[in-house]
Design a binder for this molecule. Sequence first.
Ligand code: ZN
Length: 287
Amino acid sequence: MKSTLFASFILLSGLAHAASAFVSCDELDVGESMAVHNKDGRSRSKIGQTYALKRVDDVTYEAYINLEFYDYEEEKEKYGKIPLPQDQEHTIRKNLKRCYEQMSSAMKDEHGRLVKIKLFDAEKDLDIPVPAVHKVWYSTAFQRANSSLYYSTMRCDVAVHEAYHILGLVDEYKEEWKEINSNLFQRMFGQKYVPNADGVERPIYDCRAKTNPKSMMSNNIQIFSAHVNAIIYPNCEEKNEIYFACIKNSLKTSRKNLKLPVPLPVGGCAKMPDICYTEDWIKIQQH
Ligand SMILES: [Zn+2]
């Protein structure tokens, strides 16, 4: 690993808050590891990257995530900080470990490169740089899961999909309008909304590039080359040029759907390279 760049930023508040941005364009050597911490705004995908990566052999990597669990039932909507009771935490950790094991064949791209998800264990993983903590709220009732909200009956494929979000991957599924828009005015004008995990509605993200239906970030089936590159070369433009170009619409809504009161030249889908309009852009491995 030659050109790893760390940069620290001092916030204007005058307090010495340091956030690290992380870019790595070089392959780890076998046995080598690195911590990756790019908050949402510093991650090229706009989804924060919070993990440690170890290269185990030529084609095998382990991505460690450091989860801290909080009780969603106790502090609903406020996303408070009541730690999950120990017995429940023990159960969720056991279930997640089992899921990550069970789904390990889904963690391989079409060239056999494996990025195995592991739960970081401070007592056992002494050779791994400590990954920054990622907070997860845990609910015993069904919720629409996201990378920070899990529920007790969450399926293993969903658990793995959510774990890859912590590595910075974006959603690739076609977002569908699932519920009637509760806002009468917006409903009259046909604006389509989707509820998010807290029941707050937002416009449907209908600008996304269509992807291979087998993708882990689409239908929770498997990862592909572009995913592996985005994880092992975090924030590296030259290794992820096509991926970054094709995911830039992942959180965007078309102007038609935004239903702006006057046709303002704001928002809408960004132009993408032609390759993004085929579904195989996710299989592109850039060297
Ligand atoms: Zn997702």
